[in-house]
Every structure is written in C-alpha cells, then in structure tokens.
Write a protein that binds this ligand. Structure first.
Ligand code: AMP
Ligand code: MG
Length: 336
C-alpha cells in the first residue's frame, strides 16, 4: 500500500478509524510528528495518541502496562478507548508534548489496522482536522481542511462512531476519565470498578486545569455562534423557534441541529438560507454522536451565523455528545 510506504518513509497520511479520521505519521520519527503539528496548526503542548494494531506493540511504547490497563485493553481493544500510561524513553518528546505519559489506542477499523501493519510502525495520529475545527468523519472533510498540506488520505467512507475515543489515565490506582468518547463511563466502571472524572468534562472553563491538555482548547467549533439550549424539551424548542423566527425576519442564516423527537417544532421557522438537520433520536444517542460533526461542518459550508443545539441525556455516549456540544458552543449555554 502506497500510504504505508509513505508513513514508513516519514510522510503523513490521513486514514479512517471507527471514531474519526486521523492524521498519521510514524510515532518514532520526530520529523513526521513535527509535520503533523504543522499541518494541523496544533499547539505544541497538545500530545498525540499512538495507534497500534497488535497488543505486543504496547510494551515498546510504555514503561509498564498497569494491571487495570491490561483489563481495559483486553475488553475494549480494538475499539474507541485510549489508555494513558507511563511513557517509554523510545517515544519522542514531541509525541507526548513533554509529558512522562503516552496515550495508546488500538483502532477497530480494517483500513487503520492494515495501514499500521503494512507500515510496520506505531502511528501517532490526532484527528485530521485544522486545530479547533470539528473532527473529520469523512475523507472529504479531511481534504477541505488539509488539502495540499498532507501526503494523502485513505477513503474508508463515513466513520461509525463519529466522536473521538474515550481517554482514560490508568497511571493512578483509580483510573481517571480525561475525555468521554466511544466507550462509556458505565462500560469502564463495569470492567474495572471506580472511575474518577476530570471535572472539565461536564462543563469546561472550571477552576481546575484539565489533565488532558487537548481539553483546554476551544474545540469542535464551527465559525457561527453556537447556542446550546438547556431546559425541558418543549420549552427549549419553543425558545429556539422564537429565535429562528427573529433571525429569519433579519435575514440571518440560521441552523437548528435537533433530535428526531423535536424536529416538528421547527417546521417552517428557518429561512431558505438556513436549515434544520436531525442528528438522531434521543433514544439512540449513537446516531446523534455519528452525525454531530458533519452537521457542524455543514454550518460552516453554508456560512451559518447562528446555530442552535438541544441538550441530551449524559448517559452512555451521551456524556461525549454533551461534552462536544459544550465545547462547540464555547460554553454559550442558554437555560430556559
Ligand atoms: P485527538 O487525537 O486530536 O483527538 O487528541 C488527542 C487527545 O488525547 C487530546 O485531548 C490530548 O490532550 C489527549 N492526550 C494525548 N496524550 C495524552 C497524555 N499523555 N496525557 C493526557 N492526555 C493525552
Ligand atoms: Mg482532535
């Protein structure tokens, strides 16, 4: 595979995973890692996740595999779970942004796994977007952000999960959830018992700095102003509907990203220069997760000025959905 040869030779290639598209380079090649940061415009203090295809690759990257890491890896790998473990000196500082830990994941996507196997590398890969923008869930999203800046993109169709992996720090006795994602907190607890939650997950901009450096940046944000409207569903929908009617009057480009259950509230309230998009059902939050980023990206494509989001239950993958929505809104939460 040409892409694998490229990575083995120090190049950077975007590839599909079950979560979002990643921008990969050889994890043990500092020049490749440097290229990744440059292409994305990623702040140097935000470490990368190292992707592996075999369990035996992990001991080359970490000083030790804590017992709870073993248990979690056995249950959830390959899959959307990233484990933060003590770093081996073999991993370049640039990958971990100078931290003494390294984040490792085994993706569950045939193209990602084949790429890792054929390149014979562990692949350092953040999401394949311009830093601060919503992560890409199709090859087209990648090209819109990074065309001309990377050596290629493998097209594996739309991503199944749609939000990034769950990041868990397993260096302490009680594991700490640093970023909610494709594997839920409940699933982690069933497997290893108590899990602490980094306080920045629920509502960012708290007083405690996040332990996952990436969580402190404005993330997943489209260019328009995002309103996250919290409250009883009918009240929230009525508030959004009123705002949309005012916007339409003023010719403001408006989008509502809503649930199947509330979609009918927005019939005819957005002008022809905007749109209403159903993300999925409140009773199947996986579908909301899968469609969130492409809907946020559509807002940018259509130069939307005001974007309205509803809230969802924070159970299961809902915790990841709500975390990304808080971030996309820059904590612009309207309580009705
Ligand atoms: P991305 O691959 O773009 O989804 O970003 C990777 C995420 O993993 C970021 O939020 C990083 O801050 C986090 N991460 C990577 N390495 C570490 C580490 N050693 N300790 C804590 N968080 C990490
Ligand atoms: Mg990212």
């Amino acid at each position: 595979m040409e892409a694998a040869a490229n990575i083995a030779g120090g190049g950077i290639v975007a590839f599909p995973t079950e979560t979002v598209y990643g921008l990969g380079g050889s994890a043990l090649c500092p020049e490749a890692v440097e290229k990744i940061f440059l292409a994305k415009g990623r702040p140097g203090d935000n470490p990368l996740i190292v992707h592996i295809a075999y369990f035996w690759q992990a001991p080359f990257l970490v000083r030790e595999v804590p017992i709870k890491a073993k248990v979690l890896a056995r249950r959830f790998w390959p899959g959307p779970l990233t484990l933060v473990m003590p770093k081996s000196p073999a991993v370049p500082e640039a990958v971990t942004a100078g931290l003494d830990t390294v984040a490792v994941r085994m993706p569950d996507h045939p193209v990602a796994r084949e790429l890792i196997r054929l390149s014979r590398c562990s692949i350092a890969a953040p999401s394949a977007n311009i830093s601060g923008k919503p992560s890409p869930t199709t090859a087209r999203h990648v090209l819109r952000d990074l065309y001309g800046k990377i050596d290629g993109v493998l097209d594996g169709g739309p991503c199944e999960v749609g939000v990034e992996s769950t990041v868990v720090d397993v260096t302490s006795r009680v594991p700490v959830l640093l970023r909610p994602g494709g594997i839920s907190k409940e699933q982690l607890e069933e497997t290893v018992g108590e899990i602490l939650v980094d306080p920045n997950i629920k509502e960012p901009n708290g007083d405690v700095p996040p332990r996952s450096p990436g969580m402190k940046y404005t993330h997943y944000a489209p260019s328009g102003k995002v309103f996250l409207v919290e409250g009883e569903p009918e009240k929230a929908a009525a508030w959004i509907r009123r705002e949309c009617l005012v916007n339409r009057e003023k010719g403001r480009r408006t989008a509502v990203l809503c649930s199947r259950e509330t979609a009918h509230f927005y019939n005819g309230c957005v002008g022809s220069n905007g749109f209403v998009e159903v993300l999925g059902s409140k009773s199947e939050l996986e579908s909301v997760a899968r469609h969130l980023y492409s809907a946020l990206r559509r807002c940018d494509l259509e130069n939307i000025e005001n974007i309205y989001l509803e809230t969802y239950s924070a159970q299961g993958i809902g915790l990841a959905v709500m975390n990304r929505m808080y971030k996309a809104s820059g904590s612009n939460i309207v309580r009705v």
